[in-house]
Structure formats: C-alpha cells, structure tokens
Design a protein around this ligand. Sequence first.
Ligand code: HEC
Length: 129
Amino acid sequence: MRLGWMMLPLALVACVERDEPTGREDFATFCAACHGTSGRGDGPAAAGLDRKPADLTGLSARNGGAFPGTKVMAKIWGYTGGHDGASPMPAFGPLLQGDLVPYDGGDGIATPTPVRLVGIAEYLRSLQE
Ligand code: HEC
C-alpha cells in the first residue's frame, strides 16, 4: 500500500509526453488574469483596464462561425503588425521560445510558428461556443 502511493507521482510524470506546458496551462499563466480562466474576459485584472478584455469564447461566432486562427495568431504573436497601440496586452516572450511548427490559421498558408502559441490558439479554438 505504502509503495503504491509512492509510485503514483512517478506514474503521473510518465504520462506527460512533452516538456512544454499545454495550451490550457499557458493560457492560465499568461492570459487568464485579464481574459478569465474560461476566456470570457472576466479575469481579476480586467476591472482595472480601460479596454475590456475580449470574450475569447465568441471569436468564431463573431467571425461568421469560423475560428479566425490567423487573426488570433496575429494578435498574440504579431505585435508589430496586429498591435494598434491602445491594447494593454503585453508581449509574451517565453511563449516564443521552443520549436517552430507549421500553423495554418485557416487561410491555407502554413507558417512556421512557435509551438506554444499554436497550443494556445488550439486551446482557444476548443473554447468556442
Ligand atoms: C493585460 C491584460 C491582457 C492579457 C494578459 C491578455 N490580454 Fe488579450 N486582450 C486584452 C484586451 C484589453 C483586449 C481587447 C483590446 C484589444 O483587442 O487589444 C484583448 C484582446 C485579445 C484578442 C482579440 C479578440 C478579438 O475579438 O479580436 C485575442 C485573440 C486575445 N486578446 C488573446 C489573448 C491571449 C491568447 C492572451 C495570452 C497569451 C492574452 N490575450 C492576454 C487584454 C489582455
């Protein structure tokens, strides 16, 4: 019995296949303070912002039903292009490290993209209502 409990953490560690945090974990770390754990824009830091964080569960609904993957990626990665100067969203340096993987946000063009940003985009896709 005692040995069984000692084995449990080892078994859990063995289940993790990659080193990077999942998109869900990165969202909780880097995004949830403003956007809320559920993505609805109701995080604890939202009240102090002049601009309300977007409800990230309605990205597809606001885009005719299709998840706007390219726009999302431009927002969280392309701060020079997508940034309008008035957004309080910070840059996410740690998310840019790691492998580049092809990401097609829906426009048919696979762009080499930091794997953790892809994880977050896929997590956001899973939140769509
Ligand atoms: C400091 C608060 C803050 C943090 C942290 C933050 N955001 Fe935002 N986000 C905002 C605000 C405010 C807006 C609405 C204004 C704008 O579009 O910039 C927004 C807008 C967005 C949009 C555009 C939504 C739309 O409808 O066009 C996306 C996508 C987004 N955030 C994703 C993220 C992701 C993913 C993270 C974490 C990697 C993150 N945000 C972290 C405050 C934040």
